[in-house]
Design a protein around this ligand. Sequence first.
Ligand code: DSN
Length: 468
Amino acid sequence: MSPVVNLAAGAVPPSPHRTLLDEGSRVLEEADPALAALLDRELAQQSSTLAMVASSSVADPSVLAAAGAVLGNVTAEGYPGARYHPGSGAFDEVERLAEERARAAFGARYANVQPHSCSSANLSVLTSLLPPGGVLLGLGLDSGGHLTHGSAASVTGHWFRAVPYGLDDHGRIDYAEVLRLARAHRPGVVVAGASAYPRRIDFARFRAVADDVGAYLVADISHIAGLVAAGEHPSPVDLAHVTTTSTYKQLGGPRGGLILIGAEHRATGPDGRTTLAELMRRAVFPRSQGTPNPAAIAAKARALGMLRTESARWTARLVVENAEALAEGLIRRGREVLTGGTDNHMVVLDLRPAGLSGLVAERALEECGILANRNTIPGDTRPALVTSGLRLGTNVLAQRGMGPAEMARCVELIDRVLTGVISVDDTTHALDPHIRRSVRDEVRQLCARFPLPGYPAPALRTGSEVSL
Ligand code: DSN
């Protein structure tokens, strides 16, 4: 919550920008109570539920304030010092600050902070490194890959000739297969990155494969960017030709993406002349995006600035320790954890032995205030909206300050729900109201003890109400 400003004691008066944002919130409440109430409801939900969606982190209130900044009024295509519109002096400085902080956080030589998301960053990168019909080698969606790495459901699977690689019998990336497929199909780009892969990615091995066939290596670190920045996962920034990431999955930033280049910033693109740094600059604007979002870039600057603190490093360590504790606890309760554990923030459960679909598990947990999403797992025969897996993540729990002791409670709560839920079919379930109420109450108590950092603590209510 905002500190009370005591002007009488000589404190600094609120800045004009803060006054503007406060006034905006006040007017919103008065003029549009329906919308304001929805925002309050969302805050209440986030405060009083355990967010274990692995692709989420929570933004510091100062990041949210920057995302709502007056820069939202600025129209300025182009890059700092080379805009196509007037009046962008402050925005130029903000964008330069964001670039500088992105480079510093990841040890990069080049950073582009304009992509509206990592999906759009990936499209910018891929369409600048590959011609239409070029070969793209990426982790298959069913094996934990991302849509934009060549899935048939994405334009990347149509625009390029996508060749998926997969996992070995232990659920790990099959690097021998990656090399074999690369030699057979001669990709122009190899993508290293995943959406549902709980193990460390060996970027050096990927680079060796790319070099073997003369391909560019693109690393998408959206899910592990916070761990990479904190040194909890090896960095691909100097190994890959180009690295992309989203800014909200693990960086506590706004919706958005980044493109980074490390040691290869002077390497050339497919034309043999243009440097990768220059190619990426053009790849975003004007090739695939017009006006950037200046307020989102301000919020990226704020979030990136917070990454190089002891607190961010401590949180990243806790993210991993918590995921390990979660995996171990679930295994001890007989749950099928893919790969038998985790190296990052993510734990993926195979629900087939429990006779549950991912959808049923997700819904039953959500009723109890635990948010984790259904996920396709290798060999899944259920449709993508139903699935046989459940993906859990520890980013937000660690941000709340929860540690392994609290993970033991989470394991117990999750297991109680998954044991108690009655699956009528893959999409319908029943849950004993007593289980729902007792788990919901415990979730509320945990959330009250560990409020979202900088957010108001949730009201601790117990009783029969189950709505979020
Ligand atoms: N890629 C999706 C996920 O991992 O949940 C969201 O961006």
